[in-house]
Every structure is written in C-alpha cells, then in structure tokens.
Design a protein around this ligand. Sequence first.
Ligand code: Q9C
Ligand code: ZN
Length: 352
Amino acid sequence: MKTFYPPQHIEHQPPVEFWNGRAEPISEVAVRVDSILHAMQLAGMENPLPVTQFDLAETRSALEQIHSRAYLDYLDSAYDHWVADGGDPQGVMPFISPGSRKHGLPERLNGLARPGAFAFDMGAVIVPGTAAAALASAQAARLAALEICAGAASAYALCRPPGHHAGTDFYGGYCYLNNAALAVETLRQAKGGALFPRVALLDVDVHHGNGSQDIFYQRADVFTISLHMDPAFEYPFFAGYQSERGSLAGEGYNSNYPLPLGTGDADYLTALTLALDEIAYFGPAACVVSLGVDTYAGDPIGKFKLSSACYTQIGKRIAGLGLPTVFVQEGGYNLEYVGTLVTDVLIGFEVL
Ligand code: Q9C
Ligand code: ZN
C-alpha cells in the first residue's frame, strides 16, 4: 500500500511537557518516524512518499471542514504572538484558562493568554516548526485518503504529529490537527459525497480519540468508534465513556469501549470484534483507522498489555470488514518496537 509521510515533522520537537504537575520529557519524539520507516524497509514494503510541496490554501480550506477558523488562525500565529507578548521562546503552553465561558472570547486576546482558549492540556507545546509540521502531517492523511478515492484498497499516512486528540477548536495530547478526521472528510467530500456516503472512523490508539469524537459528534454519516483505557483512570479523563453516544442527528453514531487498565490480547480482540460488528452494521463504504500502537505491553505510557503477536491479528480483523481503508498513524512510544507493531498491522491487513 502507498505510504505518505511529512519530512517537516523534524522541525517539531517540543522540549518538555507537563504531566501531574511535573515537567517531563516528551514521549512523542521524532525518532518514532525513523523506527516506522526502518521497519517498513525491513518488511520490504513500498517506499514511503514524502509530502513536500502542496497547495497550502487547498489544505487549509479542507481543514476548515473539521476545525474552526479561529482555531486554525490561532495555530498559525500562536508562537509569534506568544513570543511577542513575552512568552518563553522555548514553546507555547497554556498557563491560564478562561474559567467562566459566559462571555465568549475577547476580541483582542493577549498572546500569553491565547493558548488557554484552545489547549486542553500542557502536553502539546507549540514550537516554531509545529504549525508547518502539523499541516504537512494532515496533508499526508489527505493524500492517503485521495488514494482511496482514486480506487486503492488501502493507504497509510505515517503522520507526525498525531491528531486524534485535536477537536473542532481544541488541541492537546501531542495533537494539533486531526489527521484522521481530515482523511474521513476527504473521503466524504469525494464526488459530492456519492463515492463514500458513510465512513467509519475506528480508533485503536490506547487513548480515547476525544478530538475525533468531538468533530463528528452530531453527524450520522460518520460513525466514530474508539477502544481505549477507561478514562475514569487514564487520559483524557473527561471523555471516552460508554454513555457518549452522539447527539442530535449524530445520536447513536458514536461508540466508546472503555477497557480496564491491564487489558490483554484476548479481551482486546473480543472488544475489537464487537466494534467491527457495529461498524459492519453501520454499513460504511470506507474505513479510516486511527492506528495507535501504544496498546503494546512494552509501551512507556499506555497501560494495556497487548503482546506483539496481537498486531497481525488486529490488521487481519480490520481487513475482515472488506472495506477500502486509510490507516493514519497516532500514538506508539516504544521506540524499539513501534515500527514492527505498525508494519504487523499493515501486513496483517494486506495478507488477510
Ligand atoms: N509522561 C497520543 O497517544 N501524556 N497522545 C502522557 C506521560 C498524555 C497521548 C504523559 C498522552 C497523550 C496521540
Ligand atoms: Zn495514544
């Protein structure tokens, strides 16, 4: 399958994140991409295509279908405003939140306060290269989706930074633009909506895809479904519960599978089978997979216990849907194994 990746990701290397009130080194590092590229090469997969030149205006207008303009403008200018108003040049991080939201956003918001209007945590620091990297990462997902529109059975977007925690107008958890949502929307827009009238977004990252859920929460044409660590105990805490089923026209088109910390292969695959049954019942014409491999037992931040043998199974079972599928990279932080876990899923899918 064709793979797209954004070389610009290398300019995005935030120095630190805050977690539990402590400054910690960031798990979402640039060498994750090298691990994946290396594993793909070892597995003899098609050469990944770098996303270099692309039409910024076109990508921006596609992104406006899933993010608010105010948020996209913020991301573009956050670093400059932050530094101009006296913020630490190491990177942009919220240190104040609006508290009451009764008054809307002020017309002119100080560059130091702006992050508080959009960031939901202190884990997605903005450095000078972040906006361009996020844009190229989103473009990789868009190109992968366009492959499917052109008739390919599958495509892979090796996205960095990842995207599933980014919502309509919020960001966090290493995510800035929702790459998988952009892939979904690209599929939906193809041929005036006629090519893929319904699309499923399956999120297998160990964390709940709160951004993706937010973006499609009121829509019936996109079924969002996520398997993840029970948010009562783990990040992102505020969303990912079973009771969240979608609203208005989207009621019934969001499904969450919070699973206990320590979940292993058997219980995971049982839940995945239920999720795939729900997807089949929805009857989509295509599927986008938010592919996080931070479910691995050896992952430094995920708290599931999947063995490395499970990933081929995951790929095979997803292939069982028989749908054109876009894989979009999310998390996965074991630098030694992230590459093979990803290629195991992709190869498992291809050789069903
Ligand atoms: N030191 C994704 O997997 N931070 N985001 C954990 C541990 C939050 C994960 C910090 C995890 C965000 C795309
Ligand atoms: Zn994750």
